[in-house]
Design a protein around this ligand. Structure first.
Ligand code: FAD
Length: 408
């Protein structure tokens, strides 16, 4: 077995997804040596996340990442609450947050366009290295260090570090190696994602819209793709009676679009991408076990309604990068890392889990009086700038940052 050593013990980051690369960048820019281990041979073509909230863009700005994202992303000032039967219920104007954030909009950009930006920024630091085709297998830790074992094409290697961050996604081998429980549940239905070049804008759809329906709700996002006019991406739930094969067939996508726009059942559309996946609500029992820390999906997973998953992972990375750098340089005791756990776990439980579940329940509400009462509440909120701003501070995650900072 080869043992890889660095002149200074680095922080090891497992996973070169958006959260892992950002953890590495946050540490590298604070003069902490980092080594990133990634199973895949390069950054992946990940089509999952696509919405970035204002505080996330603020956090991505110090290294110029937000500016690079703005070059190709779509600025979404308005987003809608709609209903299949009742049409437009409320249209929110994020410009109401112009005194709260320099980014009063959502930014739509595919996750796989963010990771190369982060990687390029990281490469500017000679004390940062990214080892692709290195699959983390296990770890051991002592009072002084962490020893990670990774599988490569040439055999197993060991990497020594002072700390290790697991940013290795929902299945997180790091979380399992550190024996941290991941309590929560899996929803019975799967979600499918369909992307089409069919343009919904002339039908009155904003670039982002959530459409309630007791049978099959929808979430709409216009994504930049390779350039204007971009792609319309829809997420919708599917029950277990429909097989994956049926969900992934073009006929399913054509039928879904015909149902949305009320077109004849034989109409077809250009479909660019389809996928289907299971959805979970889980939070790790702790985000720190000695010298091992968790961030992003390895620490918490949730349904995508509200676009909180990656955004909260980015908030983890920025919070952790600052604290871990201070501990690494001897400016703070390791207890500061427990504050990371308290702040970010609190928000994962109170905010991300609660709000994503509430968003889902609202979209699929079956009881008509409850549905109509919610529509009325939304109409009243959107018509009142004070109420509308309060709603947007919550849905844009600005409140979640204030809540985390209030935890001591
Ligand atoms: C359909 C869909 C839509 C979504 N939309 C949004 C949205 O609009 N906004 C939002 O905020 N979130 C959204 N999310 C959630 C978002 O995609 C995730 O929260 C995000 O990908 C988490 O990033 P991560 O870096 O923590 O993990 P990942 O992106 O999963 O990256 C983990 C990395 O670790 C690597 N890895 C895994 N195991 C190992 C190992 N053993 N050794 C080395 N490397 C390893 C993987 O190859 C991968 O590169 C969505 C999710 C889905 C499914």
């Amino acid at each position: 077995m080869t043992v890889k050593t660095a002149s200074l013990d680095p922080v090891i980051v497992v996973g070169a997804g958006p959260v892992g690369l950002l953890c590495a960048l946050e540490l590298a820019r604070r003069q902490v040596p980092v080594t990133v281990l990634e199973t895949e041979p390069g950054t992946t073509l990940d089509l999952r996340a696509g919405t970035f909230h204002p505080p996330t863009l603020e956090m991505l700005q110090p290294e110029g990442v937000a500016d690079a994202m703005l070059e190709t992303g779509i600025k979404v000032r308005y987003w809608q609450a709609r209903d299949r039967e009742y049409g437009l219920i409320a249209q929110w104007d994020l410009d109401l947050l112009k005194n709260d954030t320099p980014y009063p909009f959502r930014l739509h950009l595919e996750q796989h366009r963010l990771t190369p930006i982060l990687l390029a920024k990281l490469k500017a630091y000679s004390h940062a290295q990214v080892l692709f085709s290195h699959e983390f297998i296990s770890l051991t830790q002592s009072d002084e260090q962490v020893l990670a074992t990774a599988r490569t094409a040439q055999g197993e290697v060991q990497i020594k570090g002072r700390y290790l961050i697991g940013a290795d996604g929902g299945r997180s081998p790091v979380r399992k190696s550190a024996d941290i429980a991941f309590d929560g549940y899996t929803w019975p239905e799967r979600y499918t994602v369909v992307s089409t070049t069919f343009d919904f804008e002339p039908l009155g759809y904003a670039d982002n819209a959530y459409i309630s329906d007791p049978e099959q709700w929808l979430a709409f996002f216009r994504m930049p793709d390779a350039g204007p006019p971009g792609l319309w991406r829809m997420t919708l739930p599917v029950t277990d009676e429909i097989s994956d094969e049926e969900v992934l067939a073009p006929a399913f996508a054509h039928h879904a679009i015909n149902r949305i726009i009320g077109a004849p059942s034989g109409n077809t559309y250009p479909i660019v991408h389809q996928s289907v996946y299971r959805v979970h609500q889980r939070v790790a029992n702790c985000f720190r076990a000695g010298r091992v820390l968790l961030a992003g999906d390895s620490a918490h997973v949730n349904n995508p309604l509200g676009g909180f998953g990656l955004n909260s992972g980015i908030h983890d990375a920025v919070n952790l990068g600052d604290k871990l750098a201070r501990v690494y340089h001897g400016q703070a005791s390791a207890d500061l890392l427990d504050l990371y756990d308290r702040q970010r776990r609190t928000v994962a439980m109170e905010y991300v889990q609660n709000l994503s579940v509430k968003n889902k329940k609202n979209l699929e509400e079956k009881d008509l009086p409850t549905r109509l009462a919610r529509f009325e509440e939304l109409r009243q909120a959107v018509a009142d700038p004070v109420k509308a701003r309060a709603y947007l501070l919550m849905s844009s995650m600005i409140n979640s940052i204030a809540r985390a900072n209030a935890v001591t």
